[in-house]
Design a protein around this ligand. Structure first.
Ligand SMILES: Nc1nc2c(ncn2[C@@H]2O[C@H](COP(=O)(O)OP(=O)(O)OP(=O)(O)O)[C@@H](O)[C@H]2O)c(=O)[nH]1
Ligand SMILES: [Mg+2]
Length: 432
């Protein structure tokens, strides 16, 4: 049932026309329709489809019946005849009725962005949890549209939009699908419970967890691999990673933490889809630190960064400390680099630069373990020395005439508790 069309040769690739309807709502959303269409092309490519052309239309509101205007629909039809395209992929979500009407008029398979993403997910999911989640998302997506899709999906035997539960499930009725959804949720609960148990155990053992999050293709898996020498799949494809992968990472001080890779985010990811991947992304929600990886070389980096921040908020991970990792600086323009926000919570790296990877490990260490501070305490002040021992871990101890020199890995909360008593004795060092 779960067939894949990825690895087939180019000869028999399904041909598709991309369609984007730029409504007032789309304009207001702040998304750039041109870039969104480029992204849709990458998604189609990832799903193994050959994009032969694309069409854009401006309309205040979508046409109720055909989504695009009737004239545009005819244009799509003519273009399909000319190019041999059998599929039209829409960048916006369609209703079941619109899909049915378009299928009938154009005699083409009609797919929208969400379906395409779900299709890629279906081909990528490897773990039991991932597979269950994708099927759940596909069925939840199909259910309200069921009446609109029967014909073409059952007629066409394969290709995009038919992977996973599509063909066989469509022959059954809504009731059957609802039952299956209930069953999937039950199975997911069990799987999630097991994983929570593992996670709980790790937390009890005091293991620090760091999660890589970010827009799809930002370089998360590459970073995981470069930082931990893990053998993970990194590809110039969207959604190369679907299941969370965790690896041990050894920080410069020798401390060991767990670093987790997560599924990439994308704009217009439907809310119910986010919910379906909630469990996977919960890893991110429970992390002690998030590394938000940004593809600095992308002209859409700011928008992508915003999308990720919004989804994190939705996932309830808004309060977790974040280190923004501006990645791919080796291929970023001077202009792009000059426009980046700076500051303590950001770092610029190329995944392929060893020096940068060392700096990143140090930056992670600083955030997890706190800053290193030097205190110069008069030898006579045993009370203050004792206090120093309470604000963190003393790494080095030395004396200089009648001074006690204590180098401490400061725990921010304990430091706060100590009040201002130690402030005058703290040596503020210049950054090396
Ligand atoms: N030039 C350059 N390319 C990079 C860098 N980091 C990653 N890449 C490339 O970017 C592409 C995407 O990398 P991945 O690590 O698969 O990206 P990801 O964020 O895991 O993507 P998804 O799993 O799809 O969300 C690959 O072709 C990498 O080789 C970098 O620092 N410089
Ligand atoms: Mg990845």
């Amino acid at each position: 049932m779960r067939q894949s069309t990825y690895e087939t040769g180019t000869a028999d690739r399904e041909k598709a026309i991309l369609v984007s309807l730029v409504t007032d709502k789309v304009k207001r959303s702040g998304a750039d329709p041109e870039h969104s269409l480029d992204e849709l092309a990458s998604l189609a490519e990832t799903a193994g489809v050959e994009v032969v052309d694309s069409i854009m239309q401006n309309l205040e509101v979508p046409d109720k019946k055909y989504f695009v205007g009737k004239g545009k629909a005819q244009e799509i039809h003519a273009l399909a005849e000319e190019t041999g395209a059998t599929t039209a992929i829409f960048d916006q979500e369609l209703s079941g009725a619109q899909v049915r009407n378009l299928e009938e008029t154009l005699d083409m398979k009609i797919i929208d962005r969400t379906q395409l993403i779900l299709d890629i997910f279906a081909g990528r999911a490897k773990t039991r949890e991932g597979i269950l989640q994708v099927e759940l998302a596909q069925l939840s997506y199909l259910l309200p549209r069921l009446s609109g899709q029967g014909k073409n999906l059952s007629r066409l035997g394969g290709g995009i939009g038919t992977r996973g539960p599509g063909e066989t499930k469509l022959e059954t009725d809504r009731r059957h699908i609802r039952d299956r959804i209930t069953e999937l949720k039950r199975q997911l609960d069990t799987v999630t419970a097991t994983r929570n148990l593992h996670r709980e155990r790790r937390r009890k053992a005091g293991v620090v967890q760091v999660a890589l999050v970010g827009y799809t293709n930002a370089g998360k898996s590459t970073l995981l691999r470069q930082l931990t020498e893990a053998d993970v799949l990194a590809e110039d494809k969207l959604f190369a990673t679907l299941d969370p992968t965790s690896r041990n990472l050894i920080l410069p001080s020798g401390k060991e933490i767990i670093l987790t890779d997560t599924v990439g985010f994308i704009q217009n990811l439907p809310h119910d889809l986010v919910a379906a991947f909630r469990a996977t992304l919960e890893e991110a929600g429970e992390a002690d630190l998030l590394l938000h990886v940004v593809d600095t070389s992308s002209p859409m980096r700011e928008r992508q960064k915003k999308v990720v921040e919004e989804v994190l908020q939705e996932l309830g991970a808004g309060g977790t400390p974040i280190l923004v990792v501006y990645n791919k600086i080796d291929v970023s323009s001077e202009e792009a680099l000059s426009m980046l926000s700076g500051g303590q919570d950001t770092i610029r790296v190329s995944s392929f630069n060893d020096q940068d990877m060392l700096h990143l490990r140090e930056a992670i260490e600083d955030r997890i373990l706190g800053d290193v501070a030097l205190f110069r305490i008069p030898a006579s002040r045993g009370d203050l020395a004792a206090l120093v021992y309470r604000v963190g871990e003393v790494i080095e101890q030395d004396t200089e005439e009648d001074l006690l020199l204590l180098t401490v890995r400061v725990n921010p909360t304990d430091m706060e508790k100590s009040g201002r008593a130690l402030e005058p004795y703290r040596v503020v060092e210049q950054e090396a």
